[in-house]
Design a protein around this ligand. Sequence first.
Ligand code: SF4
Length: 241
Amino acid sequence: MDRLNGPLDSWSYSTFSNFQKCPRRVYLDKVLKEPKPELIVPEGKTEHPLDRGIRVHDAAEAFLKEDCELIGELQSFVLQFEMLKYLKERGEHQFVIEDKWAFTKDWIPCGWSSEDAFLRLKMDCFLKTEIEAILIDYKTGHKHGNEISHMTQAQLYQLCALLRFPELQHVQVEFWYLDQKEIMSIPFTREFGMRFLGKFDEVGKRITSEIHFNPKPSANACRFCPFGHQVGTDVCASAYK
Ligand code: SF4
């Protein structure tokens, strides 16, 4: 792998998201591989939100791939999931559930485990006709307050779809907010969507050439950080106190 001078040789959307909040967090996690604390179930809940998110994603996958029942948390999207299953069974679309995509630093699709993989991202559900595609991401978290972050994620994911399938002319990214029963749908044309290539090329190169990983302590970032003192292991000496 031709490194870009930093200790990280690849990135993902969540790495980028955490890097924006605090580069030191990425350093502790991805470079030093500091252990994270055990997930503590919040008071009044029966499971941690991260565990719940994994369980709900697994249940959506099982509904579409196997003949499992739709669990309670997915019932508010019963029509949408039934429609996906119908389309999958008709076989007229290229239909992918829980796929893993990777790209080299020159934005050429490559294998997930390839040592040239520079960017990795996971698809919840992807449907494609000849020139159009819909890319669906299930969300168990809040929409409110995450609009900008999710819009950035949509820009990256549609870009990867356009690069992976050069025949595509339109990509629609849909975020299904399962708890809020809302869908945020963002359409991109090829002409518009490809304009994000320069932005994400710069993002990837910035993350993988970073050597300082300076901390960006703030009440909000440190409060939820696995290396801070509130919910974390308290190994970060720069945490906001
Ligand atoms: S505790 Fe705060 S400063 Fe330290 S890594 Fe986490 S977010 Fe960054």
